[in-house]
Design a protein around this ligand. Structure first.
Ligand code: A2P
Length: 318
């Protein structure tokens, strides 16, 4: 498996299994199938509300000697309600307990958005903290303490734009080592990826297939389809591949880690086999210039009249 490398030489398998939207009752099998078929990188988060079941699968895979802990790369993410300095380490400790692990390979700040403790999804103005209540650098300090306490090998962020990254870098002892962002041919994120590469920050692509299984409440009725886009379909048939494999290969060819979610045994294996799809310069050009610009996870659920945050806190226009 192709890997990306951290500054200290640690390696990240470029394809990982996504677990966002994988339901309890499904995710145990999905993680086991993934590990059995050769995945060594699993992407998790506390807010996915399935870490306990992922943990059972990890334990099962290790107990039955399919894999050793040191061969796995496990990522999780700090939820918005634990951004205060004193809340970061306890949140990671809970995640480790749920995942049945002693340490994570990578821990990320999930969003640059802060809720009050105990709030799952803020609905009223009172349930949010602002940047002056809890500055991002305070949360980052908590993340650095997690590395010092040997609870995670690496730390990074998710859904951070260039100005938010600069804010962290300017105040950090450890610079963020990863930015996990939505990325696919409808949203190639060229500017942000260039900034990350120049600053030694690795990138992971989430929603690489367009996350068609999102809840209706965070989906627009007229969304364009990534997997049914004619450019993707044509490339897929020319390469004898599936549209999903073309989309996964798009990130791999840019040295960007990619975490397709699936709970289906065949599709889990098919997605890993994307590593063998080769795309030439012409293919990459036609994918990058596909002509549709679209963000599926638009963050509007964190903004609006009841929130102190605006979309500019999340996304810079390309
Ligand atoms: P399933 O879990 O039933 O396989 P994303 O990774 O962008 O969030 O997309 C996840 C969605 O894509 C899920 O609905 C998942 O369904 C589906 N999916 C995953 N792999 C494939 C594949 N190889 N072909 C078609 N759909 C896929």
């Amino acid at each position: 498996m192709k890997t990306l490398q951290f500054k200290n030489g640690d390696k990240l398998p470029i394809i990982g299994l996504g677990t966002w939207k994988s339901k309890p009752g499904e995710v145990f099998k999905a993680v086991l199938w993934a590990i059995e078929s050769g995945y060594r990188h699993i992407d998790c988060a506390a807010i996915y509300d399935n870490e306990k079941e992922v943990g059972k699968a990890l334990e099962e895979a290790m107990k039955s000697n399919i894999v050793r802990r040191e061969e796995l790369f496990i990522t999780s993410k700090l939820w918005n309600s634990n951004h205060r300095l004193e809340d970061v380490q306890p949140a990671l400790t809970q995640t480790l307990q749920d995942l049945r692990l002693d340490y994570l390979d990578l821990y990320l700040i999930h969003w640059p958005i802060s809720f009050k403790p105990g709030v799952g999804f803020a609905q009223t103005r009172e349930e949010f903290y602002t940047y002056s209540d809890v500055p991002l650098r305070q949360t980052w300090q908590g993340m650095e303490q997690c590395v010092k306490a040997d609870l995670t090998r690496h730390i990074g962020v998710s859904n951070f734009n260039i100005s938010k990254l600069k804010e962290i870098i300017g105040n950090a002892k450890i610079t963020p080592e990863m930015n996990q962002i939505e990325l696919h041919p409808f949203l190639p994120q060229n500017k942000l990826v260039d900034f990350c590469k120049k600053n030694n920050i690795l990138v992971t692509a989430y929603s690489p297939l367009g996350s068609g299984d999102r809840a209706a409440s965070i989906k627009k009725p007229d969304e364009p389809s990534l997997m049914e886009h004619p450019v993707i379909e044509q490339l897929a048939s020319a390469k004898g591949a599936s549209p999903a494999q073309i989309l996964i290969a798009f990130s791999i060819h840019r040295d960007i880690a990619v975490i397709p979610k699936s709970v289906n045994k065949e599709r889990i294996a098919q997605n890993l086999a994307s590593i063998d799809i080769s795309l030439d310069e012409e293919d990459m050009k036609s994918l990058s210039q596909i002509g549709t610009n679209y963000r599926f996870v638009d963050g509007s659920f964190f903004t609006g009249v009841k929130s102190p945050y605006v979309l500019k806190d999340l996304w810079e226009t390309e």
